[in-house]
Design a protein around this ligand. Structure first.
Ligand code: AMP
Length: 280
């Protein structure tokens, strides 16, 4: 596997791919790789002649400095996992390769997709995320780029940005990979104590419960039932909401032909976890 350490090396790599007219699949990550990330790599390998992963812990998308500082960094292990997954190349840039003019965001109009859920609780997070994703897409010039439904709001924002700015790349969403317990895989899980890891299984269970309730009840009756469950638990709920998939807005009643998802953010001790599920 080719290890690309800076922007110039990436440019050489991209030129060689384009000269040979090969399709390139791209998987941007912040490292601390797990089976969720590897499922994106697998999809990319299946759909493209070449697969490039990037590992970059993007400072501008962290609204909490402690979260940035404590973000797990496991580069050698990541490289080993990518290699055994059959990834062709990994781009591990420095901050200067993505932010040559300093840590400033490019503004992206997200049409309100960023004012709810994660956007409401993590100010600036999506502008930072969109800045780095756009810069990475422009540098890597992939045929397709792969993002997990684990961060469904992020996926919808990227889809809109790529469409609005006519970036020549196909965006592909990949289903959430979970532990057997139902807990969604996340780089943050390695910071959970064994006790909180066990307790965090309720996140998935409440999502499944909301899905079951959605066959009989409207959202205004489902949400208090779920909130009640959290109020009797050791997890601290930040939000539990049901929204329509396209515009991420809350709604009064389910309509035929539309898709809906339940979203949750909760603290297990210090660790903030998010998850979601399609309910209809
Ligand atoms: P991150 O390293 O957390 O920025 O994640 C990189 C990519 O992996 C994003 O597109 C995530 O949505 C995706 N991802 C993270 N966890 C999972 C998971 N459990 N299942 C599927 N995709 C995931």
């Amino acid at each position: 596997m080719l290890i690309i350490k800076n922007r110039q090396e990436l440019s050489d790599f991209v030129q060689s791919i384009r000269a040979k007219q090969l399709t390139l699949g791209f998987v941007p990550t912040m490292g601390a790789l797990h089976e969720g990330h590897l499922s994106l790599i697998k999809r990319s390998i299946e759909g493209n002649q070449y697969t490039l992963c990037s590992i970059f812990v993007n400072p501008t998308q962290f609204n909490n400095p402690t979260d940035l500082e404590k973000y797990p960094r496991t580069e050698q292990e990541d490289i080993r996992k990518l290699e055994s997954a059959g990834c062709d190349a990994v781009y591990i840039p420095g901050v200067n390769d993505l932010y040559p003019q300093g840590l400033e965001n490019d503004f992206t109009d997200m049409g309100g997709l960023d004012s709810v859920m994660e956007g409401a609780f993590r100010p600036g997070h999506f502008q930072g995320m969109a800045t780095v994703v756009k810069r990475l897409l422009m540098q890597a010039q992939p045929t397709r780029a792969y993002f997990g439904e684990k961060d469904f709001q992020q996926l919808q924002i990227i889809r809109k940005m790529v469409k609005d700015e006519k970036l020549p790349v196909e965006i592909i969403g990949v289903p959430i990979v979970r532990e057997e317990s139902g807990l969604a895989l996340s780089s943050r899980n390695m910071r959970l104590s064994p006790d909180f890891k066990e307790k965090s299984v309720m996140i998935y269970q409440t999502l499944v419960k909301a899905k079951e309730l959605a066959s009989q009840l409207p959202p205004r009756q489902i949400i208090p039932i779920i909130e009640q469950i959290y109020s009797h638990s050791d997890l601290k709920l930040e939000y539990f909401t049901l929204v329509e998939e396209e515009d991420l807005r809350t709604f009064d009643d389910f309509e035929k032909g539309k898709h809906y998802r339940a979203f949750v953010a909760a603290f297990a001790g210090e660790i903030r976890l998010i998850d979601n599920i399609q309910i209809r």
